[in-house]
Design a protein around this ligand. Structure first.
Ligand code: TEU
Ligand code: CA
Length: 534
């Protein structure tokens, strides 16, 4: 068991996509005063930290991940005074606030890029990655954008290409230039001085690129769907030099009390672990996205949890994620009934859980009519928009059954349409229903908070012979819970030996279920999960 756990180890992180949470001024876009109005609700979820996706000034080509100024607030979201008020109120309630930091690229409207593109001899020219055209006039190499097309755009004024692995309007900073990282560290200090508790760092594993800009080799396993996946990204991702940058970022955080960073990193476990740092001197938490990517099978998840636990370096703290603003929602991926099992898993595994707004009420992906599609990868690649488009998981929070689900005024036009199921899938409808998904989520988070076994205790897998059921034990200070999860829509017979006979049910996905089970022989209902006391 972890002794003296820090807030980001013991606590639950809740991600808010600010555009979609609560609109306070009826322009159809969520904002900071809107979030502030919902602090009662946030507190009622028993979460510990709020992470806000970017709120900086931005032309919104990538909905805020194209930052035009790192030290200000986008007027769409409010003012710096609104931010300060939100931070103060968040802290007053004992909650932490994590903001998104997007160091890999800026907006093309950022002053740094404006200078950089103005002439080849501008002092900021090499703050970005510029290269001459290839001999045929085309891009300098074969690198691709995640969002379709080449990763290079030609700039007429100075006759060179600049690198961008996302939209054209997101030029990439050059961290091989000695002045770039210090500028970003100053950005971090600006927010840390204000009192923010941490950063979620965007695409931290992409921050360094091959100095020689070599062509990337083809990916032999490409399934032919997403062009970006057709190359093996050995020269644009996970370069060894990135660790030195991350260590320097960590050093800044360590100048303050108990601040943290969680890095966005999509990598297999062996490589993911290197982002804790050899001396645990890099990311406090490198995001573990494997529950999002794995097949939803008990066996697969068991293997994934065990291999993660095994791969964790000594002293490194684990974390788990079911969804985010880039991924189809969990309730859509596994179904509404199974989403309760998924939440029980997330909130009983060892390690910091991150919930994506709406997961607590079982929000599903919205249906986006073609004329509403806004996400750049979907706009750029209409043939695969239904697969890679991210608008569906970004639809407005469903608060009640009034027009636009209470997200914005009836007369306003929300920036994305509210999901059709909002009339019954909403906070208000679930609030007073003791067996709703929301009540279940609150019961889970309350239990996790009150039981050291669940928030900081040991994890042990439990062997038994039903391959569709995952079972494990969490324990601390003499208290032990067994979690048993039915990953299927069929009833499952379970037989667990070695843990005694009768085990009282502490919490069940089907909340009416009470009493106890007989461990050597019991039945789980379809999509049922139980937390048992051992
Ligand atoms: O995402 C980076 C990233 O890897 C995603 O592009 C992901 O691969 C894709 O959405 C499919 O899963 C981060 C942000 O989370 C994303 O919203 C931004 O668009 C992107 O960086 C650029 O900043
Ligand atoms: Ca607004």
């Amino acid at each position: 068991m972890k002794t003296n756990p820090l807030w980001w180890q013991k606590g639950i992180i809740y991600q808010i996509y600010p555009r979609s949470y609560q609109d306070s001024n009826n322009d159809g876009i969520g904002d900071l005063p809107g979030i502030r109005q919902r602090l009662d609700y946030l507190q009622s979820l028993n979460i510990d930290a709020i992470w806000l996706s970017p709120i900086y000034p931005s032309p919104m080509h990538d909905f805020g991940y194209d930052v035009a100024d790192y030290v200000d607030i986008n007027p769409l979201f409010g003012t710096m005074a609104d931010f300060d008020a939100l931070l103060a109120d968040t802290h007053a309630r004992g909650l932490k606030l994590i903001i998104d930091l997007v160091p890999n690229h800026t907006s093309d409207e950022h002053a740094w890029f404006q200078e950089s593109r103005s002439s080849r001899d501008n002092p900021k020219r090499d703050w970005y990655i510029w290269r001459d055209p290839a001999p045929d006039g085309g891009p300098p190499n074969n690198w691709l954008s995640f969002f379709g097309g080449p990763a290079w755009t030609f700039d007429d004024k100075t006759g060179q290409y600049y690198l961008h692995q996302f939209v054209t309007q997101q030029p990439e900073l050059n961290y091989r230039h000695p002045d770039v990282l210090p500028a970003m560290l100053d950005v971090m200090r600006f927010w840390l001085d204000k009192g923010v508790d941490g950063f979620r760092v965007d695409v931290i594993w992409l921050m360094m690129k091959d100095a020689a800009l070599r062509d990337e080799p083809p990916n032999p396993d490409w399934n032919g769907v997403e062009p970006y996946q057709s190359l093996n990204h050995i020269y644009t991702q996970n370069l060894p030099e990135v660790h030195d940058l991350i260590r320097q970022m960590r050093t800044v955080l360590d100048e303050y009390d108990e601040r943290m960073m969680v890095g966005e990193i999509y990598l297999p476990y062996d490589q993911l672990m290197t982002y804790y740092g050899e001396e645990l001197d890099e990311c406090h938490l490198p995001f573990n996205f494997h529950l999002i990517q794995a097949k939803w099978r008990a066996q697969t998840i068991r293997q994934l949890v065990d291999s993660y636990e095994d791969a964790l370096p000594e002293g490194a703290w684990p974390n788990w994620v079911l969804g985010n603003h880039d991924q189809h929602r969990i309730a859509t991926r596994v179904g509404l009934a199974q989403a309760r099992v998924a939440n029980m898993l997330l909130l009983t595994l060892r390690g910091t859980p991150t919930s994506y707004y709406g997961e607590e009420i079982g929000m599903e992906d919205g249906r986006i009519p073609p004329e509403y599609i806004q996400d750049p990868p979907a706009v750029n690649q209409p043939e695969i928009a239904h697969i890679i488009g991210r608008d569906p998981e970004r639809t407005p929070m469903q608060w009640d059954d009034s027009a636009h689900a209470g997200f914005t005024a009836e007369t306003a036009v929300p920036w994305l349409p509210v999901a059709e199921n909002y009339t019954n899938r909403n906070v208000s409808a679930q609030d007073d229903d003791p067996t709703s998904m929301l009540s279940f989520y609150r019961a889970l988070t309350a239990l996790r908070r009150s039981e050291p076994a669940l928030n900081v205790g040991h994890y042990t897998a439990v062997d038994h012979d039903n391959n569709d059921v995952l079972a494990y034990v969490r324990s601390a200070s003499g208290r032990t819970f067994m979690i048993v999860l039915n990953f299927t829509g069929e009833p499952q017979e379970v037989s667990i030996t070695g843990y005694g006979e009768k085990a009282p049910i502490t919490l069940a996905t089907h909340m009416q279920r009470r009493g106890s089970v007989t461990l050597p022989q019991f039945t789980l209902a379809p999509n049922e999960g139980l937390i048992l006391q051992i």
